[in-house]
Design a protein around this ligand. Structure first.
Ligand code: ZN
Ligand code: ZN
Length: 268
């Protein structure tokens, strides 16, 4: 681990200590102003609706928590795709055997299905940065320990082109990465990966054009070193995987030893 990584990790630990006071204040605010369920919008007032997950002014009622399409094992150990048969597992899926992805592992919290799409739309186009923090908190709770065990050098949010960042006002991947960082005790490294050119939004393109559209849009930040490191890329949704593959390819080409991917949701 480089000296720069040691310093960044020290800063992450220091901010954890400071956040104790902040968490106490947020709990008090939660009590005074009960949060709303992010999916059904019902008030999470104590005694009225059973709370599944609650954090900093946001929450998920137990009913909606049960309805979220969480991705659970058995999954492909490489790409994280769930296997249809409960008895399957412990082996790579056909896709990974035929076309090994450039990342070492990919995991997603939930399937990107109709019942959660509106949540992501509200976050991005609302825009509601605090929803990205809530999703990041859920990702941190789910993946924090496992990321800590990987002992990576940093968490890298998928960068947004400056033009899109100005338009939206925030990069949801960065907000998620910061919450994951708190749980994993691993620093966020914002400018290691940068956008080197504009790409049309992937959602507007058919699957076949997505790879061509994203090719060459990432680069390693000027003066940054990724060589020899283990990195965790964070993004909100994995659709075809074209963006994740390209980001991982660039990091590996620059000498990264391991690249892992964690997203809030993925299309199955
Ligand atoms: Zn609900
Ligand atoms: Zn696979």
């Amino acid at each position: 681990m480089t000296l720069e990584c040691h310093v960044a990790r020290g800063m992450a630990v220091a901010s954890q200590v400071k956040s104790g006071m902040r968490n106490w204040l947020l709990s008090l605010l939660d009590l005074l102003f009960p949060p709303l369920c992010v999916v059904c919008g019902r008030s999470l007032e104590p005694g009225r609706v059973r709370v599944g997950i609650r954090w900093a002014g946001y929450g998920l009622c137990s009913g909606c928590q049960g309805a979220v399409p969480w991705i659970r094992p058995p999954i492909c150990p490489r790409c994280g795709r769930p296997f249809a048969l409960a008895s399957a597992g412990g082996h790579l899926c056909g896709d990974c055997l035929l076309h090994p992805p450039p990342f070492d592992s990919a995991r997603a919290l939930m399937a990107y299905r109709d019942d959660v799409v509106s949540l992501f739309h509200l976050m991005k186009y609302g825009p509601r940065p605090s929803l990205a923090r809530f999703l990041g908190e859920m990702m941190g709770r789910a993946f924090g320990e496992e990321i800590r065990a990987l002992d990576p050098d940093g968490i890298i949010p998928i960068p947004m082109h400056p033009r899109r960042l100005r338009r939206r006002g925030f990069n949801q991947a960065s907000w998620m990465a910061r919450r994951i960082s708190k749980h994993a005790g691993v620093p966020v490294r914002e400018r290691l990966l940068v956008r080197t050119r504009w790409a049309e939004p992937q959602v507007r393109l058919p699957r076949t054009l997505r790879i061509r559209n994203i090719r060459g849009t990432f680069g390693v930040g000027r003066g940054k070193e990724v060589s020899g490191g283990c990195w965790v890329i964070v993004d909100d949704v994995m659709t075809t995987g074209a963006t994740a593959r390209e980001a991982a390819r660039i990091l590996k080409r620059a000498g990264a030893v391991e690249v892992h991917l964690r997203t809030a949701a993925r299309v199955l």
